[in-house]
Write a protein that binds this ligand. Structure first.
Ligand code: FAD
Length: 287
């Protein structure tokens, strides 16, 4: 099933994101995680793609295929393009199609100094146009940024570029994590004014420790409301309290978003079924 078909006015979509285990970890560890996550009945699970875009690493396809065929849950494979050639992307598309994966989250990928950039794709919209020109019939999603993407000159510019991505064929958007719901509402309002009418899921990342959040914030630049920083300072040396407060913060964000009629909630599970379970159990009657 194409992800866009999951969205209708009567219900809010609830989805998860997982990542393939790091190279020095056994791939089987992800199946322990999925054994637990699938009991929480998400509408779909997406699987991230390595920043290097290496063809040798087939783990995203393998895991997305297992989610669909072994666990019976719809899946989406992330695919980045900035570090890949057209031939490499064609090969990944062939593998995804061969594994009957129907959905791709099409991304530019981060530009990282230690990975030489290739020149076939500049933006996610180029990848989307490329996929649309093939004979495959993938459902295509894209990323969006409630606080603007770090490379963009302004929020307005970023929203106009997002419109290009949707016009190229993205049928559904998943947002970058954020901790202030008002920023998300403001972004959605501007996106709608710009004529972006596809479903926009809110990306929620539960905080489990201060180090994790500092790393995420340095990567994506999300701003931290004062009630959030106060929580981190108060509990930074009490791991259990920090975990519980982080779960409660995420649950509060979700309750507010669902009450305001958000299209969907995309939970960044960080491959942690315990946290996903606690959050899902707290909010399951809302979906
Ligand atoms: P783009 O849409 O190409 O945007 C990048 C910049 O270019 C923005 O500033 C935008 O305003 C501008 N722009 C976009 N289109 C145009 C255009 N047509 N003309 C001019 N300017 C334009 N990274 C990974 O490596 N692997 C993953 O699995 C992964 N999953 C992610 C999932 C989500 C939900 C999100 C939000 C991010 C994810 N990322 C992942 C990170 C992502 O790759 C980076 O944020 C990257 O820097 C931008 O990717 P993008 O697809 O949004 O890029």
């Amino acid at each position: 099933m194409k992800l866009a078909e999951l969205f209708n006015e009567e219900r809010t979509v609830f989805s998860f994101e997982v990542f393939p285990p790091k190279r020095d970890h056994d791939i089987e560890t992800i199946y322990d995680t999925l054994d637990e996550l699938h009991h929480l009945n998400p509408d779909f699970i997406s699987v991230t793609y390595g920043a290097s875009g290496s063809l040798a690493d087939n783990s995203t396809c393998e895991i997305a295929s297992a989610i669909k065929h072994r666990y019976g849950i719809e899946s989406a494979a992330h695919l980045t393009c900035v570090n890949s050639t057209r031939e490499e992307v064609t090969e990944v598309l062939r593998r995804l199609h061969e594994n009957e994966i129907e959905n791709i989250l099409a991304l530019r990928g981060d530009i990282v100094p230690d990975v030489p950039r290739k020149n076939d794709f500049k933006h996610a919209s180029d990848l989307i146009t490329f996929i649309k020109d093939t004979d495959y019939d993938f459902g295509i999603s894209g990323a969006c940024y409630p606080e603007g993407h770090q490379d963009s000159r302004s929020h307005v510019d970023d929203i106009l570029n997002l419109k290009k991505k949707v016009d190229a064929g993205a049928e559904h958007l998943i947002s970058q994590l954020f901790f202030d719901n008002n920023l998300f509402y403001d972004f959605v309002e501007k996106a709608r004014i710009a004529g972006i009418n596809v479903p926009i899921e809110a990306g929620i990342m539960p905080v489990v420790n201060k180090k994790q959040i500092e790393r995420m914030v340095s990567l994506c630049g999300a701003s931290l409301p004062s009630k959030f920083t106060k929580m981190m300072s108060r509990y930074e040396h009490k791991p259990e309290a920090m975990r519980d407060a982080g779960i409660a913060y995420a649950v509060n964000q979700i309750v507010d978003l669902v009450s305001q009629g958000v299209d969907g909630i995309h939970l960044y599970t960080m491959n942690n079924p315990y946290i996903a379970k606690r959050i899902s159990e707290s909010v399951k009657s809302l979906f």
